[in-house]
Design a protein around this ligand. Structure first.
Ligand code: AHR
Length: 526
């Protein structure tokens, strides 16, 4: 598979505005824009489900208790697939607790997030919510505290036709014969992490995942199964974990997962703005390992990647606080709260630019990344925030995701960018990053752009000469004089996309000036 879009450094970092020329290479297709790349993640964590998606007391709640104002925002975000129910939560979850009559569902301790799980929402409720929104469900099975039996029983419950016990229980619970029809399944979550309930070695996990996958395939050979890959590129086991797991599971799985979170550390904005370089390296490295395992086994299928948790997350501080609280909790004083407000990060303009850039990078690897989930959807590290019983609003990170999901279609085209690079902890980072898509059916396209310079505009010249004839070119961007600006419940529209001027240079070229720390979408219409 191919390397991502080449960038040509055009000499030393300029002191004034950053000149950049982006050539869209019309005939050079990386791969299709896969709709599953616009996925998100819903975990029983904090107020993602309870108080986020689901809040029966809210004026907009439907009969099932799901907030319709939040559902409208999820629609607007353009989410195509939702991964559920975890995350670390899944590794201690008994799925049976969350189905059947609500009054009989147990309250359980959730060890992952030190919370009480009421089980008011479970598989059937989430599946119905997703179906109403036209969203595909991607489910994870618990391979932390459970195994093959529970996974195949869950599969029967979710996808089985009436006539056997678990499928009949679903029919009784939902009043519908039709199965939920979940095609894509994660074989556990982050089993490489010592923080995971039931954490395993790569050998032990690979063996269990292969056995579970084989049993699930006996029920349905057409499932798409995801083996757990590395949770973080900084882990000592990054790469070796993935190789060992694939050596065990290659015959049984279709995809390998990767998780990637980034945050601004020590005020180093240039390095933060270059986070996409790390994600790109992760995808390339894991792709190469998958190809090596394939070759060593004489295999015929390519293992694709499911980047099923990615985002900006200020987790260093939060997880340290969590560990401190756990250490101090000698007498169980912390308690087991229901839906505590966890990880409700308020995202800045700079965070949104990074999120836009990460999504561009996932598209740029269209020949390897088959699915991805922004982690998460509501309240917990999410593009949508709510007040329980009160308003819901879009965070800054909502906008690049929504615009890309709406407008990027057809195929990803390679681009060649001439621009200077700046030194970062991820290596030399081109100051302008560009990714392009083209949809031949309606002859529309987009060029997604980021200006990673923190203090200077970028003067971008787009060379579109190779594309079929086109009409209008319009651009919107996300930037602010204050890159730390956020959207709040008091000022939910503080950060919004705004039009950017496009100048026609003739001969298939246009010019767009990007302010510092800016993400932009350029639309090419017939
Ligand atoms: O998304 C939050 C958590 O991050 C998930 O539960 C876990 O899989 C990851 O470590």
């Amino acid at each position: 598979m191919s390397a991502p879009t080449p960038t040509v450094a055009a000499g030393p970092v300029p002191t004034g505005p950053v000149p950049a020329v982006v050539h869209v290479l019309a005939g050079d297709v990386v791969g299709p824009v896969r709709r599953r790349v616009f996925g998100a993640f819903v975990e029983h964590l904090g107020r993602c489900v309870y108080g986020g998606l689901h809040d029966p007391s809210h004026p907009s709640a439907d009969a099932a208790g799901f907030r319709q104002d939040v559902a409208d925002l999820v629609r607007e975000l353009g989410v195509t697939v939702v991964r559920y129910p975890g995350g670390n939560f899944v590794s201690g979850y008994r799925w049976e607790d969350g189905v059947g009559p609500r009054e009989l569902r147990p309250r359980r301790r959730d060890l992952a997030w030190h919370s009480t799980e009421t089980n008011e929402v479970g598989t059937d409720e989430l599946a119905a919510w997703a179906r109403d929104l036209g969203i595909e469900l991607m489910m994870a099975v618990n391979l932390g505290t459970r195994g093959v039996l529970e996974a195949v029983e869950l599969l029967e419950y979710v996808n089985g036709r009436p006539g056997t016990t678990w499928a009949d229980r679903r029919v009784a619970a939902t009043g519908r014969d039709d199965p939920h029809g979940v095609r894509i399944w994660c074989l556990g979550n982050e089993m490489d992490g010592t923080w995971q309930v039931g954490h395993l070695s790569a050998e032990a996990y690979g063996t269990l995942a292969a056995r579970t996958a084989a049993a699930m395939r006996m029920a349905d050979p057409h499932l798409e199964l995801v083996a757990v890959g590395s949770s973080d590129s900084g882990m000592a086991t990054f790469g070796t974990w993935d190789r060992t797991v694939l050596e065990h599971t290659y015959d049984q799985v279709d995809l390998l997962s990767a998780h990637a979170y980034y945050e601004l550390r020590d005020g180093d904005l240039p390095t933060f703005l270059a986070s996409a370089l790390d994600l790109s390296a992760v995808v390339s490295r894991l792709g190469a390992i998958a190809d090596e395992v394939k070759a060593a086994r004489g295999g015929t299928k390519d293992i694709l990647l499911s980047v099923d948790e990615w985002n900006v997350w200020y987790h260093d501080g939060q997880l340290a606080q969590e560990a401190e609280a756990a250490a101090a909790d000698r007498d169980g004083d912390r308690g087991w709260p229901v839906a505590p407000p966890l990880f409700e990060d308020a995202y800045t303009v700079a965070d949104a630019v990074v999120v836009g850039d990460l999504l561009m990078t996932l598209l740029e690897h269209a020949d390897r990344v088959a699915a991805a989930s922004l982690a998460q959807l509501v309240n917990a590290i999410a593009p949508i925030r709510t007040v329980t019983g009160g308003p819901a609003w879009r965070q800054a990170t909502f906008h690049p995701f929504a615009l890309t999901a709406r407008h990027a279609r057809g195929q990803v085209l390679r681009t060649r960018t001439e621009v200077a690079a700046q030194e970062t902890a991820h290596g030399p980072a081109p100051l302008v990053h560009a990714v392009s898509t083209w949809d031949e059916t309606d002859r529309t396209g987009v060029v997604l752009l980021v200006n990673r310079a923190t203090d200077r505009p970028a003067l971008v010249e787009l060379d579109l000469a190779g594309l079929p004839s086109r009409g209008s070119v319009e651009a919107v961007g996300l930037w602010d004089d204050d890159p730390s600006a956020t959207c709040t419940v008091q000022d939910p529209d503080r950060v919004r996309p705004r039009p950017l001027a496009v100048r026609d240079l003739g001969a298939g070229r246009v010019a767009i000036d990007l302010p510092p720390v800016c993400w932009a979408l350029v639309q090419l219409r017939p």
